[in-house]
Structures are given as C-alpha cells and as structure tokens.
Write a protein that binds this ligand. Structure first.
Ligand SMILES: [Zn+2]
Ligand SMILES: [Zn+2]
Length: 306
C-alpha cells in the first residue's frame, strides 16, 4: 500500500493513503492507559473540582442573565474553542503548520483557557488516541468503552491525570511550555477575571463558566459522537465519522473521519462546503505572517477516494 510520510524534527508521521489510520511515532508506544483510579486523594479532588465546574453556571439563578453576559459567554466559547482546535489540536498535537516561539506560547495560553489541562498533556493524550484509535488501548473510544467513558469518564483516569507525558518530546524540550504545563489553570483565571470586570458576577457565571461548560462538552462530542454517528468517507481502520453538527459546534473538528485519514492536515473539512472555521482562522493568521507552512492533504489522493 502506498504511504505518505512526513518528517519533522522530533516528530514523525506516517500516513497510509487510504484504508489504515495514520500513526504518530516518537517513542515506543506506551502501555494501555489504566481505566480509572478514582479513589486516590488527587483523583477525588479532581472529580470534585470537575463537578463544581459543571454546576457553576447554575449560579445564574442568583446573578441573573443580561445581554452583556450572553455576549461574554459567546466570546469565551469562541476563545476556548479556538485555543483547543487551532492550538492544542492542529498545532501542538499534529504540527499541521509552523509558527514562531512566542506565538506558540500564545496558542498554548489560549488552549489553557478551556480548562482542558496544558498543551503537553493534551497532545500526549491525543497522540495516544491516534496511535490506538478504537482499540482497547485508546484513551477515549466509545467503541471499546461506553459513550459516557469516551465523552467524560476517561479524563478522571488516574494515569492521565498524573501528568505522564508520552510522545511529546518535540514540545517538552521548550522551557516555557513545561512552565505553562505547571500553571495551566492561570490563563483561565485571567479570562475569568476579565469576565468579572466587564460583566460583574453575571459576566463571571454566564460568560466564563457557562461558556466554558458549553465549549468543553462540544469538544468532548468529537471523542464520543464522531466515533459513533456520521458519514465515513474514508475506510480508516478506526470508527471515525464526519458529523456536520459537531463540525459547526467545534469550528471544524467534526470532520473527524477526514482528520483520521490525513491527520497532519491543517484543514479538516476537505470540500468547500465542509465548514471548517478553525482552518479559516489558520489561513487568516497566515495572511498576517503569524503562521506558515500550512499543511493540506495531497489533492490527487483526495480525488481518488471520493
Ligand atoms: Zn478520533
Ligand atoms: Zn487529531
């Protein structure tokens, strides 16, 4: 079978052309992640904090909702989602474009506003997903696990909560990213403070907490829904699907079967009608010279399979 290979310093992607999902190889594959260690002290603290984050928007009963807080909610949702899809996913996990050191740090901070931990942890878990997609070693598969597990349950698994970073040597060599990983909560606190200053308590609760809740679950849909429901354009070895609704909610992440087929592409929508706002943002950043060498899939190979 023909294979498309891409090489970068410290980062290697091999992408079989059609039927087999690509794999990322930087270090020997890790052992299967443990399914859960719920009852350690750190695990319980994280579960409690996670539940509090889910419940925080209920405080709008007391703070009320006004147009300013709704606008802040939309802005926070957008900032969170851009940080996750343009930063954590398309840059840190797949290096689908190049950027400067300072802008990479900005992207890392943007991703951290979503409260999905730091860029090193996120990329490590995501690369594990691509290596073992929908096998028993996948960190969040709804095929081998449950929908609940793939959507939220896996984030409580002890081994992944303890900061074991695998296959991110190309990222962890940068001091500022290691530092950011230790204070991954700080950018979110900064965003929350802005919401509080601009919109008062309603701005904090509806703007920051509700925006974060919505963006978090939209991102989780990629792991759950996009491996269960939607169209499979490419016969990849995993169960990935293209799902329009998830693509709209996540700025393009819903074209997940496309992405599993050519994971190092900056664009996940492969047709003009496949709305991919994250890619449009990357192109816009390219116009300003903030990013460059934006990777796209080979056109001949795309034409051959559709
Ligand atoms: Zn996937
Ligand atoms: Zn990916």
């Amino acid at each position: 079978m023909a294979t498309a290979s891409f090489e970068r310093p410290g980062f290697s992607v091999s992408s079989p052309s059609h039927s087999v999902s690509p794999s990322i190889v930087t270090e020997p594959p890790p052992e299967a992640p443990p399914r859960a260690s719920w009852w350690s002290t750190a695990g319980i603290v994280k579960v409690v904090l996670f539940v509090l984050l889910q419940l925080a928007p209920l405080a709008m009963i007391w703070t009320g909702v006004d147009w300013r807080s709704v606008l802040l909610c939309a802005i926070c949702y957008f900032v969170n989602m851009v940080g996750v899809t343009v930063g954590f996913h398309r840059y840190f996990s797949h290096r689908s474009y190049k950027t400067s050191r300072w802008f990479r740090f900005v992207l890392g901070c943007l991703g951290c506003t979503a409260l999905q931990k730091g860029p090193l942890w996120w990329a490590s878990a995501h690369r594990q997903h691509h290596r073992e997609a929908d096998t028993s070693k996948d960190v969040h598969s709804p095929v081998t696990g449950s929908v609940w597990w793939s959507h939220m349950g896996w984030v409580f698994a002890g081994d992944w909560n303890d900061g074991k970073l695998q296959s991110v040597g190309d990222l962890s060599r940068f001091r500022e990213l290691r530092w950011l990983e230790h204070i991954d909560w700080l950018p979110a606190v900064g965003l929350a403070a802005v919401c509080l200053l601009v919109g008062g308590w309603s701005g904090l609760v509806v703007g920051f907490f509700l925006g974060n809740l919505l963006s978090r679950h939209a991102a989780f849909l990629v792991n759950s829904v996009c491996h269960l429901w939607g169209r499979r354009r490419f016969p990849t070895a995993d169960a990935s699907r293209n799902n329009l609704l998830v693509a709209i909610l996540t700025l393009g992440e819903g074209w997940h079967n496309n992405h599993h087929h050519y994971q190092s592409s900056a664009n996940q929508g492969f047709r003009w009608w496949e709305i991919d706002v994250g890619y449009y943002i990357i192109r816009l950043l390219g116009c300003f010279g903030l990013v460059w060498d934006i990777r796209t899939p080979p056109l001949a190979k795309l034409a051959a399979v559709d």
